[in-house]
Design a protein around this ligand. Sequence first.
Ligand code: LMR
Length: 407
Amino acid sequence: MSERREPSAPASLFGLVQPYAGDPILSLFEAFGADPRPDKINLGIGVYTDDQGRIPVLQSVLSAYERIGFGPQPYLPMEGHEGYRSAVRGLVFGHDHPAVEDDRVATIQTIGGTGALSVAADFLARHCPDRMVYVSDPGWDNHHGLFQRAGLRTTSYPYWSEERHAIAFERMKETLAQANDGSIVVIQPVCHNPTGADLSLEQEEELTAVLLQKRHLVVFDMAYQGFGVGVSEDAGFVRRFAAKSQCLIANSFSKNFSLYGQRCGGLSIVCGDTDEARRTLGQLKLVVRRSYSSPPATGGHLVAEILNAPVLREQWEAEVAGMRRRMQAMRSQLADAIEGLHDGFDTQFLREQRGMFSYTGLSAERVRQTRERDGVYLVENGRICVAGLTDGNITAVAKCLARLHSA
Ligand code: LMR
């Protein structure tokens, strides 16, 4: 007797698996790699490169490698390297922060900033599953996906006004004021991705009042500490807010240590008291154990070594300042070059925005054109990574942007 099969049944177990549409940033990076044109320019992924277009190896990192040597590398504990965790707290909260002084911060070492957000999302899905998550629009595309994957619902708050080329602050505030009390709000406190536009101090204060009044739970995503104004200044919003309220802070060392592949990040949860922090840390360890057991060791040792040794720490801060200055210089050079080519192009936004990114306002269609015709890679939402600009490619990029704006 022949076996009957439903006509629609797939021949293979995974026959119905859907193709992956790709990630707007990482898949673009793959496409860049596969592009055979020698003069292609990568302004897509947020990776800092030097004027030669190379990812730098920081001197402080080289010294830390020498110090840690090549001994055996046992598993780190679930929560990560002890010295790393205290260094994360020092860098994020600074000296004498009341939450740290009171011993009510639960910190773990994570697999980059994405890993920190992912653990945070799993933790929140378990402990406050009914809260809506608000993320910035425009924002980092992965925010929605990370929280949804954990089982939370997401929506967005407006962050940018296309007409005014500025933060849509009133609309942002209004949306969060109308959200249900106790919603989860994801905020990038510095070097906003993709717009490069950060809240002023007055806006921060106004927003804080709304967040506190609504008892929203803020998840700070701080991936670019040191690329805005300074290592300490860039943590200002987080520090001020954490002194007033419980919150979560995901931070990354990918960019500011140029340690992309080592996957170094941290997650800190500011709790109500020491005992709550101890129990929270326990639950974070459980999330880690269930997903990857423990974080990678080498990056953890390197970052801990640098942040805990005053000489290396000073050297590292100087290196971060160097990267920051190069990005600022590239911004003004690009703005100057575009103005030289195209009178009517208002480049003020390029000069004012901070960090790795600038938001050009180019449509997805224009972005596609630049990629196909000129080999200049931008993220589809019109974001450029200014850290990918060099003396060698800046004229070509200026020409390309000026042409697109006049087209
Ligand atoms: C980016 O936004 O380009 C970076 O944060 C890299 C990433 O993981 O998306």
